[in-house]
Design a protein around this ligand. Structure first.
Ligand code: SF4
Length: 309
């Protein structure tokens, strides 16, 4: 027996959209049926689970005809993830060379995980409907929502989290709390790839710190050279000025007066003496600062800092 063809109820489609898939010209498929009943839903006719109005064959034929004009397909609803055949349907779309973005309410993390692991989606938009304490009003277990957020955040696909302020299940005040569910790092907002930004940030930091190090090193040589010249001048023409040729003890006494280091400060005092009192100018110790920054940025580059819980 030939394998059964996948089935999914399709309520309709937009042949072309420039806004539903940021940065791409796409077609938009609306699946029939949703497992939530958001009070503000503007797709009421898509909520009942019932047969669709457009067959999958018609839809695929349309996509084949349009694939030279569009770059991707947005699958929205309703709630697409309630349909078990979604992975097969998306696989068929991807075979046509089209990218796929999924819109979801995040209530089916198992389906999300399958789509991510099978590399079937290129982007995902998840609606976060409300705060954790109000999700119960929609009959949803918050643990499923948190799992979906985490899956998406670690997926490597482009993603965005969205919310709708309706004044009932989501108020202006709720937005900050919703934001906390997804927002731990500044780059984790908007429609973007989460780890790219961290790496670019770290690479720019490494380059800037290296430039800082090299400039400081060069300045060290120049400064040493000019200090020697001034010391020679002082010794020849202004003996006893005791400025550029000041002894270590003299420098230490003068600087101590200004740093108020009369109290015993233990290891802190030892560090200050080593770094500040060694020479009254930039010295090798100061090169440690940009060097430490380089190490810090390299650490960030190779770290597994995650933007999400
Ligand atoms: S999840 Fe979307 S389609 Fe379903 S009820 Fe809410 S707004 Fe409507």
């Amino acid at each position: 027996m030939p394998p059964e063809s996948p089935n999914i109820p399709i309520a309709g489609m937009h042949p072309v959209t420039a806004i539903n898939y940021p940065g791409k010209i796409a077609a938009c498929i609306f699946t029939q049926g949703c497992n939530l009943r958001c009070p503000y839903c503007h797709n009421q006719e898509l909520l009942p689970i019932k047969p669709g109005k457009v067959s999958l064959e018609e839809t695929m034929a349309f996509l084949r005809r349009s694939k030279k004009l569009i770059e991707g397909v947005v699958i929205t609803g309703g709630e697409p993830t309630i349909h078990p055949d979604l992975p097969q349907v998306i696989a068929g779309i991807k075979k046509e060379g089209l990218m796929v973005k999924l819109d979801t309410n995040g209530t089916n993390p198992d389906m999300l995980q399958c789509l991510i692991e099978e590399k079937l989606i290129d982007a995902v938009s998840m609606d976060i409907k409300t705060t954790p304490d109000k999700y119960g009003m929609l009959g949803v277990d918050m643990a499923t929502i948190l799992r979906s957020i985490s899956l998406i955040g670690h997926s490597g696909v482009e993603y965005e989290f969205r919310t709708t302020v309706d004044g009932q299940i989501c108020t202006d005040e709720d937005v900050a709390e919703i934001e906390k569910l997804t927002y731990q790092r500044p780059e984790n907002t908007g429609f973007r790839k989460p780890f790219e930004n961290k790496n670019i940030f770290a690479i720019v930091g490494i380059l800037a710190s290296l430039v800082w190090f090299l400039v400081s090193k060069r300045k060290l040589y120049w400064q040493t050279y000019w200090e020697q010249r001034l010391f020679d001048f002082e010794r020849e023409h202004l003996p006893g000025l005791d400025f550029f040729g000041a002894s270590q003890q003299r420098i230490q006494n003068d600087v101590e007066k200004n740093l108020i280091l009369h109290k015993e400060m233990g290891w802190l005092q030892a560090i200050v003496y080593k770094l500040v009192l060694k020479r009254p100018s930039i010295n090798n110790s100061m090169l440690c600062v940009p060097a430490l920054f380089v190490l810090g940025w390299v650490g960030l580059l190779f770290s597994s800092v995650k933007p999400l819980m």
